[in-house]
Design a protein around this ligand. Structure first.
Ligand SMILES: C[S@@+](CC[C@H](N)C(=O)[O-])C[C@H]1O[C@@H](n2cnc3c(N)ncnc32)[C@H](O)[C@@H]1O
Length: 375
């Protein structure tokens, strides 16, 4: 067992079996040893998974164009008359700072006035990642400010855009199975069997003791569905993603809240092809069957429940502007660019290739979904 496995094993010894959410939290984010605490480049062809950012700089450039558009559309009305400047672009989970670099570089070159006015904030809980991000973003000096959580922003509030790319689908998620005999859900936990991690059914606990509060969030199934759901049907629930979205919605005084993630609606999560849930683990571009093996070397993700996010935002009086595939979202941005002629910069053959990969339904266009809400 490596050091990280040993730490998880000790947590199991102390706590009894642990929820999968706790396992995932340690496997991905354990200070020093978690998967995201490693500096190696985990994305791109040589990495563990292929992301919007490994395609090239176009993804960030399109977002930058859209952010500047939003600002210019509102600058002469609400934004300035309400004296809401400076505008803030708040990125959560900036990984190696590549998206921030792509966005800031494009704005500096193509929207210098907007670039001068704005502040770029990064929410990054990992001390190590903050250090790497500061190194990679040193060209942008005082333009970028770091915070370790959204709560630090709540008081001052944000006028601008709060956004995240592939953050919520990497948040620690709980995993539930359906017991058709008793028509109840049970939670899948993790234990140790013969020196290896293994799945185990967890007892239902009270909110104070453990998973009771997660059970309480679980929507009761319509009777027709609970009558036909097969035994062992598995699905995930991620209260942390919903909590994060609520915090972001509360911090947003004026502007947009945007996320791009693997995800589905609540209804789509309950279809026969999802009977094993949406949990996925990757190593060197390969999908791995066992999410409990090779701890610290696997990227682990589960689909976001976009219905839950949308409802959470709307309950805090955000307006849903769109929920659609990345294919549609980016195509709409490019349509604006083409209508406005030369304000984006040259559309090179490389841009065309990147755009195809980002939007093709069988590449990144359909698996990634975009939720945009506003206040
Ligand atoms: C899955 S990656 C995000 C991917 C990245 N946005 C990109 O586009 O490549 C995980 C990043 O989110 C950070 N992170 C984890 N939990 C977070 C949270 N609650 N708020 C903000 N960032 C978080 C991690 O430290 C790491 O930098």
């Amino acid at each position: 067992m490596n050091i990280l496995s040993e730490q998880i094993r000790q947590a199991i010894v102390l706590e009894g079996e642990i929820s999968f959410a706790r396992f995932m939290e340690l496997a991905l984010y354990c200070p020093h040893y978690g998967y995201y605490e490693q500096e190696k480049d985990t994305t791109g062809r040589a990495g563990d998974f292929y992301t919007n950012l490994s395609v090239g700089s176009l993804f960030g450039e399109l977002l930058a164009f859209q952010f500047a558009q939003w600002f210019s559309e509102t600058a002469h009305s609400n934004w300035l008359t309400a004296k809401m400047s400076p505008v803030r672009l708040v990125e959560a989970g900036a990984h190696d700072g590549r998206l921030a670099t792509d966005i800031l570089s494009w704005l500096q070159k193509h929207r210098p006035a907007f670039f001068c006015d704005l502040e770029y904030w990064i929410i990054e809980p990992s001390v190590r990642r903050q250090i790497w991000q500061k190194k990679n973003l040193c060209d942008f000096g005082g333009k970028v400010v770091w915070f370790d959580s959204l709560t630090a922003l709540a008081q001052e509030g944000v006028c601008g855009v709060i956004f995240a790319n592939e953050l919520l689908d990497a948040m620690p998620t709980h995993r539930f199975g359906w017991d058709a005999g008793h028509r109840v859900w049970f939670e899948w936990g993790v234990t140790v069997v013969e020196n290896a991690f293994a799945w185990t059914r967890m007892p239902k606990k009270t909110a104070e003791e453990g998973n009771g509060d997660v059970f309480m969030r679980w929507p009761s199934l319509p009777t027709e569905l609970s009558a036909v759901l097969p035994d062992g049907f598995t699905t995930e629930i991620c209260p942390l993603a919903e909590i994060w979205w609520r915090q972001a919605a509360s911090a947003l005084r004026y502007g947009k809240l945007l996320t791009i993630d693997y995800g589905l609606t609540a209804e789509q999560l309950f279809t026969p092809e999802r009977k094993d849930g949406t949990l996925r683990s990757y190593h060197r571009q390969r999908l791995k069957n066992d999410s409990l093996a090779n701890v610290g070397e696997l990227d682990i993700t589960a689909h976001v429940n976009f219905t839950a996010l949308q409802t959470a935002g709307e309950s805090l009086r955000l307006k849903t502007e769109s929920w659609c595939s990345q294919e549609h979202y980016l195509t709409r941005i490019v349509e604006q660019i083409w209508k406005m002629n030369d304000t984006f910069g040259a559309w090179t053959p490389s841009h065309a290739r990147q755009f195809q990969t980002l939007t093709h339904p069988e590449h990144l266009g359909r698996p990634f979904q975009v939720l945009l809400q506003s206040r």
